[in-house]
Design a protein around this ligand. Structure first.
Ligand code: PLP
Length: 348
């Protein structure tokens, strides 16, 4: 690390503004019997007639213990997509700043760059789908605020080499955002354990994949207390609704169930990989640390359409760099995977 200082990268307007102070921020119940006439709510109890906790303290208490961080190192959002958007809005000055992305990768980084009018500098991964550290650092200038690293990467499935990530953390004065949406399917430990070492590290995770809760929208962000304070200041006050907080708390309090589903998905992944190897028009199957498999076929668009016609929906990744004629298969239930394999083997 050269001269990373959070005060150097925060947007001026964000630094200057005052956060919205909600009724539930001003007075926090200590559990004693109080009468709440402060927020213009309907007083008749139905389980969700009150505003939710803007800081999701119950949920964060459990997460803090599990991830071995303090609660003020956690930000929760309406999916990782909101978390990523908050990062743009906190740190990137529109029409001035830029971010670095490493395609082929997750499409939301581009969408958010465009939405926030922040230049996206694309530095393609190398042939092994690893970051080209020298090229990334060459693309950086004084307006570069964030580098997005997706590990395990979507759509390629591989982990990014930790040595390369360290080189970027050490060599870049902005934030290195590691998107760990698929980390629970991999053998590697999370970068969360490195937060105390790197003040410019931000780790995002989600309950949408391994935790099986895509429908409730809960994204997680782990970073220094200073970074989290800034994100808290600009987030919509009630961005994580009460139903989501409750459902997420139930799920993270029952990790055995999550682990057992993940293990079953990992077993099925191996079954799927083996079966894909027997499909005549599949030429290459890429190693994966996620709950999907990327494979190269003879003609991705034709195969994609054939599968659709047979009622199987997968993802055609052929237009992504380095991904010509590739298809991405999510690992499903044993029945779903069998349907996929049977179809692949039966199409002419
Ligand atoms: C699926 C996915 C997410 C999850 O986004 P949510 O908004 O939390 O559902 C984040 N990053 C990557 C790379 C993904 O593939």
């Amino acid at each position: 690390m050269k001269t990373f200082k959070i005060q150097n990268i925060i947007r001026g307007n964000v630094k200057a503004m005052k956060a919205y102070s909600s009724a539930r921020d001003e007075y926090v119940s200590d559990g004693s019997k109080m009468v709440f006439l402060d927020a213009n709510e309907n007083p008749f109890e139905n389980g969700v007639n009150r505003y939710p906790d803007p800081l999701q303290r119950n949920l964060k208490a459990v997460l803090a213990e599990q991830k071995k961080v303090s609660e003020d190192q956690i930000l929760l959002g309406n999916g990782s997509d909101e978390v990523l958007d908050l990062l743009f809005r906190a740190f990137c000055e529109p029409r001035q700043d830029n971010v670095i992305t490493l395609p082929p990768t997750y499409g939301m980084y581009t969408v958010l760059s465009n939405l926030n009018e922040v230049e996206e500098r694309k530095v393609q991964l190398n042939q092994d789908f690893q970051p080209d550290v020298e090229a990334v650092l060459n693309a950086v200038d004084s307006n570069s605020k964030m580098i997005f690293i997706c590990s395990p990467n979507n759509p390629t499935g591989n982990l990014m080499a930790s040595k390369k990530i360290r080189q970027l953390l050490d060599g870049f004065d902005g934030l290195v955002v590691i998107d760990e949406a698929y980390i629970d399917f991999s053998n590697e430990k999370s970068w969360i354990s490195e937060l105390s070492k790197y003040p410019n590290l931000v780790v995002t995770q989600t309950l949408s994949k391994a935790y099986g809760l895509a429908g409730i929208r809960l994204g997680l962000c782990y970073a220094s207390k200073e970074i989290i304070t800034i994100l808290n200041k600009i987030k919509p006050p009630y961005n994580v609704n009460e139903l989501t907080q409750k459902r997420a708390l139930e799920r993270v309090s029952n990790l055995d169930a999550v682990t057992s589903e993940v293990n079953s998905i990992l077993e099925q992944r191996e079954v799927l990989i083996e079966a894909l190897g027997e499909v005549s028009f599949i030429n290459e199957i890429f190693p994966t640390e996620a709950n999907f498999v990327l494979a190269r076929v003879d003609n991705a668009t034709e195969r994609y359409n054939q599968l659709i016609a047979n009622g199987v929906v997968i993802r055609n990744r052929t237009t992504q760099p380095l991904c010509e004629n590739t298809l991405r298969f999510t690992v499903g239930t044993p029945e779903e995977n069998k349907k996929l394999i049977d179809t692949l083997k039966s199409i002419p």
